[in-house]
Design a protein around this ligand. Structure first.
Ligand SMILES: [Zn+2]
Length: 249
């Protein structure tokens, strides 16, 4: 371990040699029997590579911030992920999804769920790993760092978070992690994280006209997740990543 300043608590401490950016629980779920998982970068989609332990950063966090503080938030996110995948596995009636896509309302621990998602955005911002190069949240990083450290995520309209489930065939949520991106322009400023087929939209600057946040996480922990049926999932990914490489299959 290297002695240095922790980027979260700013204390001088022994720094963890491998801090995960994407929580390890996702990597455990998505890797194959040989402990590998596939990484597909948006700019080089034709050549996906097999990786192990890709999403970590060295010497940015102290043991307390990584193993105690952030891990405490991540458990709520793992729970949220499990509930949505179980719900999808039960199936939806998606006959009239254009009018009304299937949704699932659940109640989470508001501070923990929000802080878990914000911690990933913050780590992606801090990370030098090229996979996260699309994430630069500027001055919002310092606000989020203070939220994490104080375990207090602010009111629900301050950095709204909404979630979509991306369904593939047979109502299964697609098991992918994509390179995080930012939606910018026309008064929009939000981060898009796709973790195990759940899209998390994280709004940095409030815009009441942004329909992406029509159903966002509330301070009482309620959140309504909208599921995109397969015929919407793949066009959504292609539009967002400006590629035509996402296909059903
Ligand atoms: Zn620390």
């Amino acid at each position: 371990m290297i002695q240095g300043q922790c980027k979260l608590c700013l204390q001088q401490a022994n720094l963890i040699s491998k801090s995960h950016i994407i929580p390890f629980s996702y990597i455990k779920k998505l890797r194959d029997k040989d402990n590998r998982f596939i990484i597909a970068k948006t700019e080089s989609w034709e050549n996906p590579s097999w990786k192990q332990n890709f999403f970590y950063e060295s010497s940015i966090l102290c043991k307390n911030c990584d193993n105690e503080l952030i891990s405490g938030f991540e458990r709520e996110l793992a729970n949220f992920d499990r509930i949505l995948h179980e719900r999808a596995a039960k199936g939806f009636d998606i006959g009239s999804h254009i009018v009304r896509p299937p949704t699932h309302k659940l109640v989470s621990d508001y501070p923990k769920l929000k802080l878990a998602i914000l911690s990933i955005v913050w780590r992606a911002h801090v990370s030098q790993n090229p996979f996260f190069k699309g994430i630069d949240i500027g001055s919002h990083a310092e606000k989020i760092r203070n939220y994490l450290l104080s375990k207090s995520p602010g009111v629900d309209i301050d950095i709204r978070i909404s979630a979509f489930g991306l369904l593939a065939q047979f109502n299964k949520i697609i098991g992918i992690i994509t390179q995080p991106v930012m939606a910018h322009g026309d008064g929009l400023n939000y981060v898009v994280l796709i973790l195990n087929g759940i899209v998390f939209n994280v709004e940095l600057e409030f815009n009441k006209y942004n329909k992406v946040f029509n159903q966002s996480l509330l301070a009482n922990g309620e959140i309504t997740v909208i599921f995109m049926p397969p015929d919407m999932t793949f066009p959504y990914l292609n539009t967002f990543y400006k590629t035509d490489k996402f296909t059903q299959g």
